[in-house]
Design a binder for this molecule. Structure first.
Ligand code: CMP
Length: 424
């Protein structure tokens, strides 16, 4: 939600002295849902201040938790609208109509969990779903100690059991102190189920735009649409890391992701130990080689899952608010035949061998080093007056200074390039 669209929530803000009509507006807003926005009452210069923006965000978030801890009859129209606006920003609810969002937001109740507490236990019957308001929740499968995913605010957990009428598919743990908004199973069935079915239909239509999924049989597309989970990621968040077990395939709904592989290589470093002697030692360096960028309607993560190996690449989100559809291995195996998987493997991004990647990087490093050395030579920074007894020519000093600064500038640029060579 952009700051301009933040509803007015804080009573402290309502006492703003420069806006005498504000009290009246609040009074009216309590009876009628009115689309007031911050920038209609707070001066732009104040809204643009970073500390003010941060405080505003904090207040808004806390207030959502406060509003949802009241009984629904005790919430004002304005408060209901604020919660509805907040959940519209969650990918799970984003396509619902405003009227529906208002209905649902009125049913949400605040729950708090301390760090380490179980929010959901795998195998139990699902009685509600949760929208994360503050904190992080880890998803754990079958007693594995490492989470298969970490969910952040605006993500939903516990929807799968309600939507597919199955027991809880995973354990969800509070990774930090956690504030969530709960929607009970009964309320979900009565108010959200229909909208979710419509959304699932839209997911199926979207999946048909993704290569490989467009030719799927309708029955398989049905399973795909019904079992797929949606999750939002922020920029630089890892979708998966190296050596993790491969449990999922990911389809990009919006945003972008890059796939990279680490390359280790030994560097021989020489350090002078005396006037004529050098000591050398091998140091191990690791660089990430970018394999591919993925955008909307593309999918990734299938290769290791099909081969049954741990992740030998890592996937990193490169755009804020990237939304991914997640397909579990179980559903994947149900939908795709052996020949489908073989075809997928053939089309999947070709991961160069470590040797190839090493050679590739070494070549680039050498090219940069050559460039650097020729630059330093061209600058001729060791120029000295030939006549030892004469005083050093001022012109030469100036030339040396200039040449040195030029060399330094290029050296800095090239060193930077050298450090990021893995990204080339
Ligand atoms: N692979 C996954 N990725 C992200 N979230 C998951 C995954 N598997 C299960 N979950 C979430 O964990 C929840 C456990 O309870 P549910 O099965 O009701 O709903 C599940 C999803 O919200």
């Amino acid at each position: 939600m952009s700051e301009e669209n933040f509803p007015i929530l804080s009573p402290r803000l309502s006492n703003h002295r420069s806006t005498p009509t504000l009290k009246k507006q609040f009074f009216v807003a309590d009876f009628k849902i009115m689309p007031y926005t911050f920038d209609s009452v707070i001066p732009r210069w104040l809204l643009d201040r970073r500390d003010f923006k941060d405080r505003l965000k904090q207040l808004t978030r806390t207030d959502i938790a406060n509003i949802c801890s009241k009984l629904s009859e005790e919430r004002s129209g304005f408060e209901k609208e604020s919660v509805a606006k907040w959940i519209k920003d969650c990918p799970y609810f984003s396509s619902m109509s405003n009227r529906k969002l208002l209905e649902i937001s009125n049913l949400l109740k605040t729950h708090c969990f301390v760090k380490g507490a179980n929010v959901i236990k795998e195998g139990e019957i699902g009685d509600c779903l949760y929208v994360i308001l503050k904190g992080q929740a880890g998803i754990y499968l079958g007693g594995i100690t490492q989470p298969i995913a970490i969910k952040h605010p605006r993500n939903v957990v516990g929807e799968a059991a309600l939507e597919n009428a199955v027991v809880r598919t995973a354990t969800v743990k509070a990774e930090t102190d956690l504030i969530v908004l709960a929607l009970s199973c009964i309320d979900y069935l009565q108010f959200a189920q229909k909208e979710r079915q419509r959304e699932k239909h839209e997911i199926k239509v979207f999946l048909k735009t993704a290569s490989f999924f467009k030719d799927l049989l309708p029955s398989k597309l049905e399973i795909l649409g019904n079992t797929i989970l949606v999750m939002e990621y922020s920029k630089n968040q890892n979708v998966y890391k190296l050596d993790e077990s491969a449990h999922h395939l990911y389809i990009i709904k919006q945003g972008s992701v890059l796939l990279e592989a680490p390359v280790c290589f030994d560097q021989y470093k020489k350090i002078p130990s005396s006037l004529r002697e050098w000591n050398g030692s091998d140091t191990r360096r690791e660089m990430n080689q970018i394999l591919k960028y993925y955008g909307p309607a593309e999918f990734f993560g299938e290769r290791e899952m099909i081969l049954g190996i741990p992740r030998d690449t890592q996937a990193v989100v490169t755009a804020d608010r990237t939304v991914l559809y997640i397909l579990s291995k179980q559903s994947f195996d149900l939908i795709f035949s052996h020949s489908d998987k073989a075809k997928m493997l053939k089309n999947s991004v070709c991961r160069p061998t470590s040797k190839e990647m090493r050679e590739n990087i070494t070549k680039k490093v050498e090219a940069i080093n050559t460039k650097l050395n020729s630059l330093l030579n061209a600058c001729d920074i060791n120029v000295r007056p030939t006549d030892r007894s004469s005083t050093i020519d001022r012109k030469i000093i100036r030339k040396v200074t200039w040449a040195r600064s030029l060399a330094q500038r290029y050296k800095d640029d090239l060193t930077k390039e050298l450090n990021t060579v893995g990204d080339l």
